[in-house]
Design a protein around this ligand. Structure first.
Ligand code: UDP
Length: 348
């Protein structure tokens, strides 16, 4: 009997809400999240202004009667207020993303990230919706004590370098969300996404894996920035979505900050070589033969902006999320690359 009661109460926990609002739901991660929530029986509303999100990402979801889509900015108070009144949980993913965009359009980045989150928290408070806020590993700045733990100190560069505007804006988001939790009792959970990859991610805003894959397929040299010795850990978006859902369903996670990422560290130069090999094995190079198998090193100043500072290493400590939810990554980097390649070739 006791076992049954436990099972019932954990089932009740899992379905503690069933109307979800996803801001930025037409983006790469948001659209995968929307898909998973729909598959689990949720009613899902997406709000996205399609600035970096794409309609194609959510077009296959329109067939679900439980799916709704508002093409609008989260700073449109009237729309956001109505949507917040009709949901139990908000996944706030709308943000200015991608290093290139941040360097090119700092005003847009700061305003979107700070004012957008403020608007979402205000609306959530009005209707007491639970909020999951997407933050970023960028907040760890250039600290080199890896792996990064959620309560580590952060080291940012000077305000004269646009890059740090993104980290600072995400930190303000986190401070604000935690303030709403502490001062007003709003249930919030913050997750810091490390490098996330998968089908539908575009290289348009600088993301390295779709860029390298496209370059390799086209037979162009792979553009490695700096000396290529900088490292990253790439998590498949399917794993990231699982982690976000696990946090949403974990009552103890409220008021806390969590890393979500892979711990499989790879140097960017090795990533480039891995991708060249993968594409070669699959015999799918279509472009110029002479450029094949090549890597072209590009100085940071040329790739981004003069004085650009990159992180040398970026590795998450994921013991906290494991402790709270039992989540850990399921896919290796090789499996993720295979999956992305297949989806690029239309075999998803
Ligand atoms: N990078 C690269 N070539 C590219 C794009 C990115 O070498 O064409 C490098 C970039 O400098 C960084 C890493 O790949 O060190 C990951 O870049 P991305 O923009 O995907 O994510 P970040 O970790 O910088 O947020």
């Amino acid at each position: 009997m006791a076992g049954m009661k436990e099972a019932q109460s954990s089932a009740a926990q899992i379905r503690s809400f069933d109307r979800a609002l996803i801001t930025g739901g037409a983006g790469f991660i948001g659209s995968h999240l929307a898909e998973s929530l729909l598959a689990e029986g949720y009613q899902v509303t997406v709000i996205d202004d399609l600035s970096t999100g794409r309609y194609e990402n959510i077009a296959p979801l329109v067939k679900y009667p439980r799916f709704r889509f508002a093409i609008d900015s989260i700073t449109n108070q009237i729309v956001l207020d109505r949507l917040a009144s009709e949901c139990d949980v908000i996944f706030h993913l709308a943000a200015a993303v991608g290093v290139m965009l941040i360097v090119d359009r700092p005003v847009h980045t700061i305003e979107t990230n700070v004012m957008g989150t403020e608007a979402v928290l205000k609306a959530a408070l009005r209707y007491r919706a639970k909020v999951l806020i997407a933050s970023s590993s960028e907040v760890y700045g250039k600290g080199n004590q890896t792996p990064f733990r959620e309560d580590d100190d952060v080291v940012l560069g000077p305000t004269s370098r646009s890059r740090w505007a993104y980290a600072a804006s995400k930190m303000v988001d986190e401070f604000l969300a935690l303030a709403y939790y502490r001062e007003k009792g709003l249930p919030v959970v913050i997750f810091r996404l490390f490098n996330t990859v998968g089908p539908r991610q575009t290289g348009q805003y600088g993301m390295v894996i779709p860029r390298f894959l496209n370059q390799a397929i086209e037979g162009e040299p792979l553009t490695v920035y700096g000396d290529g010795n900088q490292t990253r850990c790439f998590l498949h978006v399917r794993d990231a979505v699982e982690a976000i859902l696990a946090l949403a369903n974990c009552p103890d996670a409220v008021g806390e900050v969590f890393n979500i990422g892979s711990t499989e560290e790879v140097r960017i130069i090795d990533l480039a070589l891995k991708i060249l090999q993968l594409v070669r094995e699959n015999k799918i190079v279509t472009g110029a033969i002479e450029a094949r198998d090549q890597v072209r090193f590009i100085p940071y100043d040329e790739a981004y902006a003069v004085g650009f500072e990159d992180m040398r290493r970026r590795v998450p400590d994921i013991t906290k999320i494991f402790r709270y939810t039992g989540w850990k990554p399921g896919m290796t980097l090789d499996q993720a690359l295979q999956d992305i390649l297949h989806s690029l070739l239309g075999q998803e």
